[in-house]
Each structure stands twice: as structure tokens, then as C-alpha cells.
Design a protein around this ligand. Structure first.
Ligand SMILES: [Zn+2]
Ligand SMILES: [Zn+2]
Length: 296
């Protein structure tokens, strides 16, 4: 989307003063750390990196913070995930080509499949006219990404994997999860993964896609409020991005609550949830119940 209600009237970048043509919108999970104080059981949020739809001015690329016009839950008419849509997992780096990574890859693939096919967690999105799909397959790209990679570079790489057949072409009826190896830093404008955000989802070309999520190697802090397991950190991020991509494929044009997507809202009221299949997942806002999704 080029403009949403919250950025409709911004014509000049407050950072560099250049003219703003439009905005790129990215669904980002911030690494804000909320934590529970056991004694009074009260959740406190800290830090200035909340989750939400972030605005990057074009062409200058600066991130601009815009206030939401409304805090109502609305559907803005954009593409939604349909029944039978498919995910393709891409593991990028020689790290994943190594035999010792095999079990990690299998676990991540199983988790992707379990999250997507959970009748309550994923199936509950039916209330938003969002369907359930499956994991189509996974591929390892045995070449190393640069030590620092921008979202734009990553998008370009994804397009080339699809056109060369390295990644199956799911068109607009599916999406890709790109998993980065350890140490590689992902950037959105001047902000870096783990320092400011955990993960995000985006699209290469608006409503046409390809649609994708990016999961940096699990950050050591700020992205897991439940356990100290790297794998749990990954599934919390992955589950949130899967849900938000499904419900808001072209960020800002699907189901949103002001500048937040459905899990962002629940990140502020965080509760640890684990699927019956064992994966920790982040909650989404359940409109039918008027509360954040919770495992039974
Ligand atoms: Zn906007
Ligand atoms: Zn600027």
C-alpha cells in the first residue's frame, strides 16, 4: 500500500526534509521486553520498539512514526490467506547445509506445519475470512548472505530464487519464510534485527507479492518472554509472522487495529501460549471472544 489513513497527509520527511512520494509499510515485531513481576503478577512494558506496522518514507527510506487515526479493528480490503495456500521455507547459508543443522531444519519445518494446521490457532482465523494451508516444502540455499543485509536486498534475492527455480513459485497463493543463519544482521532502514526488532513480514510488490516473512537467527534477548530456548524464540516469532501475513498479506491492507496487526495488539498484553504439538506461539486478537487467543 502506498498510503494508509495514518500517513495520508505526510508530504515531507521530518528527518531529511525531502519530499515523500509514498510509504512502504512493513509488519514488524519489535523487541520490546514485557515481563511479569511474579509477586504482583502485573505486566510492564519497557523500551521504545513496540510491534506494529512501520512506515518507511519513499524515496528517502527513513522510518517515520505516525499516529494511528483510529484504534478500531478494520479490514482494509487487501489480499487474505485462502484455504490451500502454501508456505515454502528457505534456509539461507552454509550453516544450514551442514549436517549438524539437519535436526534444526526438521524441527522448524514441523513447527511451521503444526502452527499452520492447528485447528484452533490457525483455524480460528476463519472469523476473519482467512483460510488454512500447509507447508509445501523447504529448501536450503548453500551460499552465505552478506553479514548485513537490507530488506530490499533480501527481497531481490527472493525474486531471483523464485525465477531460477531454487524456491518453488507459489505466486500470490502462498508465501515464503526466509531463515537467516547466526550472526547475519538484517536491516530495515537504519535499524537492525535483535537490536530493534525480532522479525517481520513484507511483500515484494504490494498486493501481487511475492509475500514473505524473515526470521533472523533467534535473538538472544528481547524476543522470548517465556523460556530461554532458542527454538521457542523462533516459533514465537514465526507464529506471529505467519498469522500476520495470513491476515494482512500486503501490510496495512488487511486486518489491522490502527497501526497494529492482530498479534501486535496482543504483544502488549502478552501471555505465554503453547500449542498441543509443543510450539510456543504468540497470540492474535480474537474478535469473536473479545480477547487475545489462548490455548485451551
Ligand atoms: Zn501508512
Ligand atoms: Zn527522509
Amino acid at each position: 500500500m502506498s498510503r494508509c489513513p495514518s500517513c495520508a497527509s505526510v508530504s515531507t520527511c521530518p528527518i531529511c526534509s525531502s519530499a515523500v512520494q509514498d510509504f512502504s509499510h512493513v509488519g514488524v515485531r519489535g523487541n520490546e521486553s514485557s515481563f511479569k513481576i511474579p509477586i504482583i503478577d502485573y505486566t510492564i512494558s519497557t523500551g521504545g520498539n513496540p510491534s506494529g506496522i512501520r512506515h518507511y518514507a519513499r524515496p528517502c527510506g527513513h522510518r517515520i512514526v505516525t499516529a494511528p487515526v483510529s484504534a478500531d479493528l478494520v479490514y482494509n480490503g487487501g489480499p487474505l490467506w485462502g484455504n490451500g495456500y502454501t508456505w515454502v521455507n528457505i534456509f539461507w547459508g552454509t550453516f544450514y547445509a551442514d549436517k549438524t543443522s539437519q535436526s534444526w531444519i526438521s524441527r522448524v519445518n514441523r513447527a511451521t506445519s503444526n502452527i499452520e494446521t492447528d485447528q484452533s490457532y490457525s483455524g480460528g482465523l476463519k472469523q476473519y475470512n482467512v483460510g488454512m494451508g500447509r507447508l509445501l516444502g523447504s529448501t536450503v540455499v548453500p551460499a552465505d548472505p552478506p553479514a548485513t543485509i537490507s530488506n530490499a536486498e533480501l527481497a531481490k534475492q527472493l525474486v531471483s530464487w523464485i525465477s531460477s527455480g531454487i524456491a518453488k513459485d507459489v505466486g500470490s497463493k502462498g508465501a515464503y519464510n526466509v531463515f537467516l543463519p547466526p550472526v547475519v544482521s538484517l536491516t530495515l532502514s537504519s535499524e537492525s534485527s535483535c537490536a530493534v526488532f525480532c522479525d517481520y513480514h513484507d511483500t515484494v510488490d504490494g498486493a501481487k507479492g511475492p509475500f514473505y516473512t524473515v526470521e533472523p537467527y533467534p535473538c538472544s534477548s528481547g524476543c522470548n518472554q517465556c523460556t530461554s530456548s532458542e527454538f521457542d524464540t523462533l516459533t514465537m516469532g514465526l507464529s506471529e509472522e505467519l498469522i500476520e501475513l495470513k491476515t494482512d498479506m500486503n501490510p496495512g491492507t488487511g486486518w489491522v487495529i490502527g497501526n497494529e496487526e492482530l498479534c501486535d495488539f496482543c504483544d502488549k498484553h502478552f501471555v505465554c501460549n503453547k500449542l498441543p504439538t509443543g510450539e510456543y506461539v504468540n497470540a492474535w486478537y480474537d474478535r469473536a471472544k473479545g480477547a487475545c487467543w489462548a490455548v485451551r
